[in-house]
Design a protein around this ligand. Structure first.
Ligand code: NAD
Length: 282
């Protein structure tokens, strides 16, 4: 079965990482795919692979003008939209609040919330009526950072928490025609998630972290052994974006590979709890 046969799917931030994996998977599932991406060089590099079948749209999701132009291009090409998948995002550099110069707090807030939150809100507004027409779906990207501290700094975790709340509200507002859900991934292999311009960290990318260091950290934190790739996360997005999902709306699916379900008392260095080490009675 092709999950998205004949559907038109727009992926925001599909130039690399998770969004690109989702776009590739949606194509394999029979969708006609558009990618909206701010990094022009990523789109140029993808052109030979994705060809003219995929609509590669250069634009900024925080710009109403760009979103409206993207909408025009989608409608011109296919006349409809069945699913909007939000995957753009930026990171805050995991800098503790007390180390952020006080005059940089507001610019950092604005930068993170514009890309990670406002971009989703504007896109839902600009494409919402097309999705109502097609009885389509919205799928937005949160993070494990929304559920536990230290998946990022204050701004990043707050933006990802905002996505979880927004999914609930948008599901209510778009019901019953459009299903709205979120996905909250844990770590992602091959991510190019960049740091914030407001702290001069925009040239740092997750892909700069040596792969073996990433993997070692991941293995310490999760119950699984290998960093999931974008293509491994993509089928859940495709299902939530598809007409086959008739039962889930307003939910954010947490995909943290057991990071929040780790050993406590039996972890190395722990006491084992009351009774540990006692010989069981016959
Ligand atoms: N990397 C991780 O470990 C991780 C974990 C959980 C959640 N996430 C989330 O997954 C999503 C995808 O991130 P990724 O890790 O694949 O990073 P990525 O940087 O590889 O992908 C994000 C894409 O969004 C694009 N983008 C950024 N700002 C944009 C804008 N204003 N307009 C249009 N496009 C824009 C980027 O250029 C990039 O191509 C993000 O929302 C991120 O917060 C990432």
């Amino acid at each position: 079965m092709n999950m998205l046969e004949g559907d038109v799917v727009l992926v925001l931030g599909g130039g690399s990482g998770l969004g690109l994996g989702i776009a590739r998977h949606c194509i394999a599932e029979g969708a006609r795919v558009a990618i909206m991406e701010i990094a022009e060089e990523k789109l140029a590099a993808l052109k030979p692979e994705l060809g003219a079948e995929v609509l590669l749209f250069h634009g900024d999701v925080t710009s109403v003008e760009d979103l409206t132009a993207c909408r025009r291009a989608v409608v011109e090409r296919w006349g409809r939209l069945n699913a909007l998948i939000g995957s753009q995002g930026i990171f805050d550099g995991n800098v503790p609040l007390r180390e952020v110069p006080v005059e940089r707090v507001a610019p950092l807030f604005d930068e993170l919330f514009h890309v990670n939150v406002l971009g989703y809100f504007l896109a839902a507004r600009v494409f919402g009526d097309l999705l109502e027409d097609s009885a389509g779906a919205i799928v937005l990207t949160s993070s494990v950072a929304a559920y536990a501290a230290d998946g990022g700094g204050l701004m990043y975790t707050a933006t990802k928490g905002a996505v979880v709340s927004a999914v609930r509200q948008l599901a209510l507002e778009f019901a019953p025609r459009v299903r709205v859900n979120g996905v909250a991934p844990g770590a992602i292999a091959d991510s190019q998630l960049r740091g914030p311009r407001a702290l001069g960290l925009d040239h740092f990318k997750q892909s700069d972290v040596p792969k073996d260091a990433m993997l070692a950290t991941y293995r310490t934190l999760s119950l699984m052994r290998e960093l999931p790739t974008p293509l491994e996360y993509a089928p859940i997005y495709a299902f939530l974006a598809s007409r086959h999902n008739t039962v889930v709306t307003g939910q954010t699916v947490l995909l943290e590979q057991g990071a929040l379900n780790r050993a406590m008392l039996s972890a190395p260095g722990m006491t084992g709890g009351v009774g540990a080490g006692l010989t069981p009675r016959p």
